[in-house]
Design a protein around this ligand. Structure first.
Ligand code: PMP
Length: 440
């Protein structure tokens, strides 16, 4: 019997569990745009799970693909032998990207994708004889998962404290959001592109020839939907090019249609050397992450010959890399996105979404609204002396009123499945308005 109060709390899903013990909220099934809560209520999904289920829930095509594979192949190791599905999936992903993206490495999560991308970047320089390039640059308020690589380049203090020493030689760019300058901007703010020039300062400080890679989320998601200023990402690309530094886009959230294009790289017209993805890759059905590399990058990682011509094989890979069931889920997911034109749909709905987001201007507690594609950030004024309390209450009351939102501190993030329709968008913002107007 899955009622929240008779569950023994031995499973520790997140440190958020502390909150869960106080306010147990459970869902037991999901279909289309809705979850069903343990007490039998329909909950409109404003978050696509956790930015995963871009095609909505319970998609039969994906479920059938999974069942079909698992019925005749449960597992195949990716070390000495493999099977065709991840090869097929890699080709499909490649065909969704403009430019010279070539290899795709598969893993099981966004965190593994980030750690793999950092290792690929470091090895790339070493193999080319650039042994001094060991420094990495992330960004304040960047979230890149919970592995040691990810928290080293990540910029959230709470996620890093007590886990050090972390990776050596990591600097952080300033984050790109400034409430004073950006408040209530629609789409990309104009102010702040020069923040990319901070990269030049770090380069001068350490010498360009010591820097391996820069990693950023094109839109910082988990820390409150921070939209990059116009030209910011282009400037990062230019500076990296000038100094031989690899640029990594962490597209774990922005990948697979969130901005109305397959990847943010196309949306912003900027080509990073490496792209990480996960979440929407399998519509959340089975864990899977990926690292997509431009031509030449992964080759270097794979084929390393020393000065005497002896090949040295670097070791990287996971037991479940390219898992057949996950690859089948990925292929079926891409079919659904494609057959239903969901990325185009996101693009078409984006102006409606923008109007809906900004209709909250003037709502109690709201101090900023941000949007791009089908994503929004609603920033609340923190309650004095209790940061995060107002955000959490908003989350709880929305759930009671049948809407799932995501909060980080006092910032609400919305990112619905791309199958959302206009009445459901209206419902999300109407519910939010009611909740916020009645919140202390
Ligand atoms: N990178 C980004 C940009 C993310 O948003 C996330 C997850 N929210 C991750 C990495 C980590 O992904 P996972 O939780 O699958 O390890």
């Amino acid at each position: 019997d899955a009622t929240p109060n008779n569950l023994e709390p031995y499973w520790m899903p997140f440190t958020w569990n502390r909150q869960f013990k106080k306010d147990p909220m459970l869902v037991t099934s999901a279909k289309g745009m809705h979850y069903t809560s343990a007490d039998g209520r329909e909950i409109l999904d404003g978050t696509a799970g956790l930015w995963c289920c871009n095609a909505g829930h319970g998609r039969e095509k994906i479920v059938e693909a999974v069942q079909q594979v698992v019925s005749h192949l449960d597992y195949a190791p990716s070390f000495q032998v493999s099977h065709p599905l991840p090869f097929e999936l890699a080709s499909r992903i490649r065909s969704m990207l403009p430019g010279d993206y070539e290899h795709v490495f598969f893993c099981n999560s966004g965190s593994e994708a980030v750690d793999s991308a950092l290792k690929i970047a470091l090895a790339y320089h070493r193999v080319r004889g650039d042994a001094a390039r060991t420094r990495l640059i992330g960004r304040e308020r960047g979230y890149h998962g919970t592995g040691f690589g990810g928290i080293s380049v990540g910029g959230i203090v709470k996620n890093r404290m007590f886990f050090g020493p972390l990776m050596n030689g990591v600097d952080h760019l300033p984050h790109t959001h400034n409430l004073e300058h950006n408040a209530f901007t629609r789409g990309q703010p104009q102010w702040g592109a020069h923040l990319a020039d901070e990269l030049e300062r770090i380069v001068q400080l350490h010498d360009a020839s010591t820097i391996a890679a820069v990693i950023v989320e094109p839109v910082a998601g988990s820390t409150g939907v921070l939209i990059p200023p116009q030209d910011y990402l282009k400037r990062l690309r230019e500076i990296c090019d000038r100094h031989g530094i690899l640029l990594i886009f962490d597209e774990v959230i922005t990948g697979f249609g969130r901005l109305g294009k397959p990847f943010a790289t196309e949306y912003f017209g900027v080509k990073p050397d490496i792209i990480t993805c996960a979440k929407g890759l399998t519509n959340g059905v089975i864990p899977m992450g990926g690292v997509i590399c431009r031509k030449g990058i992964y080759d270097a990682f794979m084929d390393w010959a020393d000065e005497s011509g002896n090949t040295i094989e670097l070791f990287h890979g996971y037991t479940y890399s390219g898992h057949p069931v996950a690859a089948a889920a990925g292929l079926a997911t891409l079919d659904v996105y494609n057959e239903e034109g969901l990325f185009e749909r996101a693009n078409e709905l984006a102006p409606y979404w923008e109007e809906a987001v900004h209709s909250l201007k003037g709502t109690r507690h709201v101090i900023d609204l941000r949007n791009l594609g089908l994503i929004s950030g609603i920033e609340l004024e923190p309650r004095p002396g209790a940061p995060g309390a107002r955000g959490y209450e908003a989350f709880k009351r929305c759930f009671e009123k049948g809407l799932l939102i995501r909060v980080t501190g006092d910032i609400i993030a919305l990112s619905p499945p791309l199958i959302v329709d206009k009445p459901q968008i209206d419902q999300m913002y109407t519910t939010l308005r009611e909740v916020l107007e009645n919140l202390d």
